[in-house]
Each structure stands twice: as C-alpha cells, then as structure tokens.
Design a protein around this ligand. Structure first.
Ligand SMILES: Cc1cc2nc3c(=O)[nH]c(=O)nc-3n(C[C@H](O)[C@H](O)[C@H](O)COP(=O)(O)OP(=O)(O)OC[C@H]3O[C@@H](n4cnc5c(N)ncnc54)[C@H](O)[C@@H]3O)c2cc1C
Length: 408
C-alpha cells in the first residue's frame, strides 16, 4: 500500500494550495480529486485580493492575465430595492498597470492552481474518496475508487487534509455535523452573452424579489457575464423559494434588468450549489486530520467569497502540518494550533460580514446607505476605503457610522 507524509482530499483552491506548499517544503504529498481537471465549479468567478495572495506567491498572476476568459475589475456597483445604483471604485492598493481585481471562470482559475500543485505533489484525478481510515483514534489513510478502472484502493499518510468542499467526506467521517441552514446559502449561476450596460464593475443588486438575498452580474472576458442569485438556505426553506424561477423572473420582468437582458443569450445551464458560511466555522482539526476551505465552512457570509479563505486556511494548515511532521506529533492538541491561527486570521472579517449580512436584511437601511452614496462623492469615497480594508470594514458595525451617514 502506498504511503505518504500527507494525503490531501480535494484539489480545488484549498487542496491545491495545501499540496503545493507542503510539496514545496519537501514532504511527500498525494493530492486526490474525484474530478478530472480542468473541471468546472459553480461560482461567481470573482478573484478577490485575498485569493490573489497565494496566486502571486506562486508567480501565477500572468496565467490569469493571459487567459482571454478573464475580466479586469475596477469597482463594484450596488443597487437597492428602490433601483438606485451606486458605483464604488476599489481603493485597494493599485499596482501600476494592474487592475485592482479580476474575474476568471473557475474552470480556468482552479486549473491554474491545480497545475501548480502538480509541480510539487503526486496527483491522482478521477479518484473518489469514500472513507477515512482511523486507527487508535487517528486518521491514517483514505479508501476510495478509481473511477476509470473501477478499482477500490487505499492510501496511507501521517496526515489527512480535508479540502473536499461543502459535502466533505473527511469532515463527515471525522464526526463534523451537517450545515445549519442559517449558516449556509443556496446560489445559482449561469453564463450570459450580450447583456446591455456592462462595465468594469462587478454588480451586486438587492432586488425586491430576491430579498434578503442578492442578484449579481459579474463581467468576465469574451463579452460574457457570470449571472447569479444567492439566498440564505434558511430563507429558501422557510419561504419555499424556487430559485430558478426567481432568477428567470428578475431577468425577464424586473423593470431595470429586463431591458438589459432583452438581447442577451444564456450560454450555459443554470446550476446551483451550496455555500457553507463562516458565520459558524467548523471544528477543523483532530488526531491526524485538518479541514480547509469550504470543508471547514469558511465562506464570507456577506459577499459569498470563499476562494481567498480556502487558500489562506490551506497556507496556514500547511505551516502547522510541516511542524507536526518535523515533530512527529499528529495529535489533536498539536493540531489545535491550526484552528487558533486560522480563526485569528479569518474570524474577525467573517464576523463583520455576518453582521453586514444581518443588516442587509433591513431593506430600508440598505436603500438609505445606497441613496446617500448615490448623492455624495464623500460617502462613496468612505465606502470605497471601507471595502478595501479589513480594519475599516469594522466601522460598519459601529452605530456612529450610521449617525454620520444621517448628516452626510
Ligand atoms: C454560486 C456560487 C458563487 C460563488 N462565488 C464566489 C466568488 O465569486 N468568489 C469566491 O471567492 N468564492 C465564491 N464562491 C465560493 C467558492 O466557490 C468556494 O468557497 C471555493 O470553491 C472553496 O474552495 P475549496 O477548495 O474549499 O472547495 P472546492 O472548490 O469545492 O473544491 C473541492 C474539491 O474536492 C473534490 N472532491 C469533493 N468530494 C470528493 C471526494 N469524495 N473525493 C475526491 N475529491 C472530492 C471536488 O471535485 C473539488 O475539486 C461561490 C460559491 C457558489 C456556490
């Protein structure tokens, strides 16, 4: 039976990042994925600044820029339920000749990260993990099936990384429970061509029909756009919402969007997926195992972004696992350093976003802020600075901010 220092289950952004860092540090790594790359992932395709950190560290930014499917993003346009729109440019540190943000279909982004991981780790595509092997309370390997040969196989390692997304087998076998519907979101995505009025902004629209969720239009390359809708799972269940019908209604009947979509063409199926929100982070470590990215439930509960948190958590996990391998200590106690460091890095922002998600449910408040920003350049500048800095974003939580807005 083949044996490794580390087995990484799932080769999305989280798994490919963990495998690349660990392999680059000289450890033997087996990276497993049930899919064959390049593979699609239902997503909004926004590549945030946080996602860019790991991409830049491995020198992969040019791979994005040279892909004709990418979009260069300079800001965000918000609209409230009354239809008022405000455009906020990204104030994030501008590098000469570089846009502050990108979009790129995940079929491309994930392949860039996967091909990078292949330089440092042994990979096996088309291998669906079905079980985690535990011995004396420690995770020591995985079982699964080679989907091409149909053969069942087992692999062993000192450490198992669960990077297998929202339906994580590793989390499940390690006893981590189901997603609470108040901490998860259901989202739909489809690609369109020929939408009128596209700019270099990603667009987030709080339309009446979809409240308390939002409708998005994200420009990508080649004249296309990623269009979608995301709503808290609890609301979808309680209100028995039919999201595909809702998306169609917005596109065909909403008085602002129907004209923009009148000459458009949908060029992909409408597909849905679940986002595990980091308003409730999972216990992400135990004897011989850790979880990263969606399997640890780390998606931003306001923006829906999860790629940056997947790569950030994977980088931290790789550092702690490297220490565990050097000290030959794979105990839950040792690996708790991962949970501590990961939460220190991500939790403050996740909590601010959770608070924003709750405020966003107040239609009048959303319309009030968007209306103020629409009228005042100073307010737009303030919001731009707040969106660009984790520290400044916390101001959203302060009642003083809203009092200031009254007089802005
Ligand atoms: C509609 C939608 C829009 C979104 N928009 C954005 C956005 O614009 N920007 C952003 O940053 N984030 C966005 N997200 C969130 C983002 O997609 C996730 O947070 C991100 O993909 C997490 O990466 P990951 O590596 O943890 O998991 P994944 O990307 O889900 O990767 C998991 C991998 O594990 C593999 N796998 C699963 N089970 C097994 C198994 N049993 N055996 C072997 N392999 C397995 C899968 O094939 C997959 O390759 C969006 C999500 C949705 C649903």
């Amino acid at each position: 039976m083949e044996s490794y220092d580390v087995i990484v289950v799932g080769a999305g952004p989280g798994g490919s990042t963990a495998a690349a860092y660990l392999g680059r540090s000289g450890f033997s790594v087996l990276l497993l994925d049930k899919a064959k790359f390049p593979r699609d992932k239902i997503c909004g395709d926004a590549v945030s600044g946080k996602s860019m950190n790991v991409i830049k560290e491995f020198g992969l930014e040019e791979e994005i820029r040279k892909d004709p499917r990418h979009g260069s993003i300079f800001g965000v346009a918000f609209s409230g339920t009354n239809g008022e729109i405000v455009e906020i440019p990204f104030a994030a540190a501008k590098e000469k000749g570089r846009p502050p943000g990108y979009t790129l279909p995940r079929i491309a982004t994930d392949n860039i990260l996967f091909q990078n991981a292949k330089k440092y780790a042994k990979v096996k595509e088309g291998f669906a993990v079905s079980d985690v092997i535990f011995e004396d309370g420690y995770a020591v390997g995985v079982k699964g099936r080679d989907t091409v040969s149909g053969k069942d196989e087992e692999y062993r390692a000192k450490m198992i990384v669960g990077a297998d997304g929202v339906g994580s087998i590793v989390a499940n076998k390690a006893g981590q429970g189901a997603l609470p519907p108040e901490h998860a979101c259901i989202a739909l995505r489809a690609y369109y061509e020929g939408i009128e009025g596209m700019t270099n902004n990603i667009e987030i629209h709080f339309v009446k029909e979809a409240m308390p969720g939002y409708f998005w239009i994200f420009p990508i390359g080649e004249g296309k756009a990623n269009v979608g809708l995301g709503i808290l799972m609890k609301d979808v269940q309680e209100k028995k919402m039919n999201l595909p019908l809702l998306l169609e209604k917005i596109i065909k009947e909403n008085k602002i969007f129907a004209p923009r979509f009148a000459n458009s063409k949908r060029v992909s199926p409408v597909q849905s997926w679940t986002l595990p929100f980091g308003s409730k982070i999972r216990k992400s470590h135990g004897n011989g195992w850790v979880l990263v990215g969606d399997s640890a439930s780390l998606v931003d509960p306001f923006s829906g972004e999860g790629v940056g948190n997947a790569t950030t958590s994977a980088k931290i996990a790789a550092k702690i696992i490297a220490g565990a391998l050097k000290e030959n200590n794979f105990s839950e106690e040792y690996l708790s350093q991962y949970q501590v460091e990961m939460e220190a890095a991500l939790k403050p922002e996740l909590q601010t976003s959770y608070m924003l998600q709750k405020l966003g449910r107040q239609e009048w408040l959303l319309n009030f802020i968007i209306g103020k920003a629409h009228k005042s350049e100073k307010v737009r500048e303030t919001l731009s600075a707040m969106l660009g800095s984790e520290e400044a974003k916390k101001e959203f939580a302060s009642p003083l901010f809203y009092v200031k807005m009254l007089f802005a």
